[in-house]
Design a protein around this ligand. Sequence first.
Ligand code: ABN
Ligand code: CU
Length: 702
Amino acid sequence: MERLSQIASQATAASAAPAKPAHPLDPLSTAEIKCLTNTVKSYYAGRSISFNTVTLREPTKKAYLQWKEDGGKMPPRLASFVILEKGVPGVKEGLVDIGTQSVIETRSLEQVQPILTVEDLCSTEEILRTHPDVIAQCVLSGVPANEMHNVYCDPWTIGYDERWGAGKRLQQALMYYRSDDDDSQYSHPLDFCPIVDTEEKKVIFIDIPLRRRKVSKHKHANFNPQDMIAKYGSMRTDATPINVTQPEGVSFKMDGNVMSWSNFNFHIGFNYREGIVLSDITYNDHGNVRPIFHRMSLSEMIVPYGCPDYPHQRKHALDIGEYGAGLMTNPLSLGCDCKGVIHYLDAHFADRSGEPITIKHAVCIHEEDDGLLFKHSDFRDNFATSIVTRATKLVISQIFTAANYEYCIYWIFMQDGSMKLDIKLTGILNTYVLGDDEDAGPWGTRVYPNVNAHNHQHMFSLRIHPRIDGDGNSAAMSDAKPSPFPLGSPENMYGNGFYAEKTTFKTVNESKTNYESSTGRSWDMFNPNKKNAYSGKPPSYKLVSSQTPPLLAKEGSIVSKRAPWASNTVTVIPYEEGRLYPSGDHVPQWSGDGVRGMREWTADGDANIDNTDILFFHTFGITHFPAPEDFPLMPAEPISVLLRPRHFFLENPALDVVPSHAMTTKQAKLATNLEIKSKTDSTSRLAFENTSSAGCCTRFTK
Ligand code: ABN
Ligand code: CU
């Protein structure tokens, strides 16, 4: 890394630096992006560069906390960039000080390839449509040459292919045909796979399978309302509208990007790669503002496919590191992506030329009813003594489209101090053409005539930087175990004893653990320096997550090497600046060899992780064996990870949430009218009565 303080002035300030934002973790504004790209352009004046990614270089934890303690002396506003230079292999990356409009670090990296941006992907189809060899392959597949405008591709990074390594910036084009603009091409895959040089804009090779398969002659499998009406005569007519209404508006407050909601306070960031980033999450415990998590994000994911036939072995998308959960994020629309009273945040990136681009409504923030928060009734008076409190949840969400799949990301906060990460998978299966007489098994499923959907996994890496009740944190696993003492022994005479076995991790190696369903394994992040006054146990947040399949690709495979984080459900490492991306900084075309990302961070397996500053990585996801119900458009499949306070509070922290109904035993004794008024709901009513009984319900009759 070259430090460039002496030549910082080369990138001369053309105009005043853009205004600093209110908060040091705020994403770069469009003015800051413009300032950064201008600074980089003048630094590289006379050279042909294009921008790949630009993003805020977040202050270190220390600098951030200093800012908080200093009462607002902003740390320098730094931003990192990745650029490509025409004709020069590899990437250049560096750091700009926005305040002084100067480039302060640069580095040239060879044999790495940067993320593929949406702009990089968009030009590929046109390159293919005009290439004579591709046209010839289309004709062989049964698509006439005059139909090239109906040929499409999902341009994937090549993953890793030994023939080219990381020397050229490559895409593999998964090919499809559709006969009409409004068709879904995924029921009509083509059997060959062109390899495209992204920078040269050239087809450099075409992978042709030994067994040829012609394009399907079946009708396209479509899913739009007009297709359903054509097929079934009408859409369903039985569903009446359900609305999320908040007549008095929202109960959260936003100060810029800082959220306050129901005792929680945190910053909402967003970047090209991880998408939503939540930082400095605290909980106001009756006036005592207690830190919980310093930072939390989805740091990587992998979707490895299970068909070993060449070239399908290449399909394993590391969507966050190869394409960016931020770059692929959708602009969300009111009333459909999220319902209710919504606050949106926009996201800003730079295009290849360095101009800012904005995704409107990239992040949706809203509240929803979440069923019961708690309830108890007393059977002694026929349940008249009762308390019923409904939950409201706060949801921070984004949806990104990874070519065929949609990933809907919901960061959820609950009034009892819990947090959840819910992910819904929807969109369209990745498909390959299946011969008329061919069996799709065992590596895939015939989901439609001539359509083979290969087995695959969706694995995510949740990166948590805990700060449970302050600094000095540890991690442990907890296993439900029967008493070790035999039935009939004095310690376990009746054989019923069981307990939670807690194993605190002292070292990185000890922390590398997997989910164990037989013990209902969960993990705790905790502060060993504090004690709950009642239980005597350290304040903790427990990770409850059981959708944790093992990575099915073999150890030593390209998939497993490129996702060195995916073979364990949990890995804990010491925090160090820059430990962000567990498959490395530049993921496309990494062979998986060498020491980087999680492999680098766990190289010292004996490193201490007890009572120190730790990073907790959690791998979760699903294994997906496709079925016809998943096609042509998949009903959303949920995945959920829960973080809940344990020994953190002295009691249920949500007891002060106003109940929908509360009646004490004394009140019940006095009550003559047992119709009980709901305190918070004026819209609930009986379904099959004409008269509205809004806001009340008959509990019982004497
Ligand atoms: N799932 C692979 C992918 C993601 C984004 C764009 C193209 C391909
Ligand atoms: Cu899937």
